[in-house]
Design a protein around this ligand. Structure first.
Ligand SMILES: Cc1cc2nc3c(=O)[nH]c(=O)nc-3n(C[C@H](O)[C@H](O)[C@H](O)COP(=O)(O)OP(=O)(O)OC[C@H]3O[C@@H](n4cnc5c(N)ncnc54)[C@H](O)[C@@H]3O)c2cc1C
Length: 457
């Protein structure tokens, strides 16, 4: 039996855990970071980064197919999946190396094994007891399935889908949320026939309804099929493929079924309950400063109920480290965390949807302005259409920004500043957006809401 003692022990080295470790060490704490697999976690190895590499390859495929529109002659010969894989793996490997270097440079001790919480101040790793004055739980999440829907063979989650060494001819996707829609977009660009099954009435159902409807229109135009408001009934598989039946009697035949119905917290069997950490359906519940029911034990990232996003994990990790240092960090509510769906078209949003804002403030207290990207020069140049919608409280701040169109994910940084700083459109309207950029469309919406539209009525 051996022992290691730290100021802060972090269990799990994904986005939330490693951000906590980096910030804690920067603040002068000694830090032990326990990771059973690879630092970087889901986001770096199986999530954000590899899927965005796939989406970029998909964009290149589309651009090369359509290049004659821009007067450029190319011949699209097809997808070399081995080439795509090596590009994707190369990006992940570089980022992984960089992260390992950073962790080492910050003098964080990494403990490469599985840990189990054994008391409010200890984690057991093999026969070693790791002690921390404070412990941060950051064990992340796993791809969920539905009751009775077994994963295996042609029925797979995003982890398996990423590893495919072929482009399936026909794909069925269960779930029209972010992950489902992003894979649908990639496979369509790679040449597959794609059908999405979503039980709720819209694709990307967490978004403002106007944006979801435009997403549906864009996907329809791209030839991506979807069934909305229909529940999955069952699936069988054989040598010819998968046969997915819906409750309305429809059967969808495909080569594979991607199950993208959400992610569950990876918390079972890790000793949390035994130590008295309060849980709710597997998630670790915390107060608004991310402390669990056990004083001195904190939780960050996907195990904390709410948005499951890497940058929320980063923010929470930094928050807890600063909280431990007595810096009294500012709470960022989930609603003010920006969300991006990186499909073609992209969707980006922050703050309240128009419907939620009206629910919260009253119908007559809210004004929403829609700026159509058709009026934006740069969007025309890059051949994208879409919408920017800004929601404000009358005589009050911007409370929501919602966008759809190519590359709008890059614009959400301005939206999140406006919403988090509770800026009034009148504060932003006099400021200058460079021409020609897509950010001008956001500027136009702010100007219109401030009562002085330029390229709009
Ligand atoms: C396909 C896909 C695409 C995504 N795309 C995006 C995106 O574009 N943008 C975005 O913001 N988010 C995206 N996400 C979500 C993002 O990946 C997660 O929100 C983020 O990784 C959560 O970070 P985390 O630290 O909570 O958990 P994780 O990243 O899951 O990390 C948890 C870590 O803890 C380790 N661990 C678990 N238990 C133990 C134990 N007992 N002992 C030691 N180590 C342990 C695991 O090995 C893992 O490395 C995507 C997710 C998926 C699946």
């Amino acid at each position: 039996m051996s022992e290691q003692d730290f100021d802060v022990v972090v269990l799990g080295g994904g986005s939330g855990g490693y951000a906590a470790a980096l910030r804690a060490s920067e603040l002068g704490f000694s830090v032990g970071l326990i990771e059973k697999d690879k630092v970087g976690g889901t986001c770096l190895h199986r999530g954000c980064i590899p899927t965005k590499a796939l989406l970029h390859a998909a964009e290149v495929a589309d651009v090369s197919r359509d290049s004659s529109k821009f007067g450029v002659k190319t011949t699209f010969e097809g997808i070399d999946i081995a080439g795509v894989t090596s590009y994707r793996e190369g990006i992940v490997a570089k980022k992984y190396k960089g992260l390992q270097g950073l962790i080492k440079a910050r003098k964080i001790t990494t403990i490469a094994d599985e840990g189990r919480l054994t008391s409010p101040t200890t984690v057991q790793v093999g026969d070693e007891t790791i002690t921390g004055k404070n412990i941060i739980l950051a064990t992340g999440s796993y791809s969920r399935s539905l009751p009775g829907l077994d994963i295996g063979g042609r029925v797979m989650t995003s982890e398996h889908a990423l590893q495919l060494d072929f482009v399936p001819e026909r794909v069925a996707i269960l779930g029209g949320g972010v992950i489902g829609v992003e894979f649908a977009s990639v496979w369509k660009s790679f040449g597959s026939e794609v059908t999405i099954i979503e039980g709720l009435p819209h694709l990307v159902p967490a978004e403002d309804e106007a944006i979801s409807k435009l997403m549906e229109r864009a996907f329809r135009r791209r030839g991506i099929d979807f069934s909305l408001g229909v529940r999955f009934a069952g699936v069988t598989q054989d040598d010819s493929g998968v046969h997915v039946s819906l409750e309305n009697g429809t059967v969808i035949d495909a080569d594979i079924l991607l199950v993208a119905v959400g992610r569950g917290p990876a918390t079972s069997g890790l000793g949390f309950e035994e130590v008295g950490v309060a849980m709710d359906r597997g998630f670790v519940t915390t107060d608004d400063r991310l402390q669990t029911s056990v004083p001195g034990v904190y939780a960050v990232g996907d195990i904390v109920p709410g948005l499951q996003l890497a940058h929320r994990g980063f923010q929470q990790g930094i928050f807890v480290a600063e909280e431990l240092a007595g810096l009294k960090p500012v709470i960022i509510p989930d609603i003010n965390v920006p969300k991006v769906t990186y499909s073609d078209p992209e969707v980006a949003s922050v703050g309240l949807s128009e419907a939620k804002a009206k629910e919260q403030y009253g119908d007559d207290k809210i004004t929403a302005y829609d700026y159509n990207l058709a009026g934006n020069g740069k969007s025309e140049i890059i051949d994208t259409s879409g919408l920017i919608k800004v929601v404000r409280v009358n005589d009050g701040p911007v409370v929501g920004v919602h966008m759809i169109g190519a590359r709008v994910g890059e614009l959400i940084s301005e939206g999140q500043l406006a919403v988090n700083w509770e800026a009034y459109p009148e504060d932003i309207a006099p400021l200058v957006h460079a021409h020609p950029t897509q950010s001008e469309a956001l500027g136009e919406a702010f100007m219109a809401l401030a009562g002085k539209p330029l390229h709009a009525l």
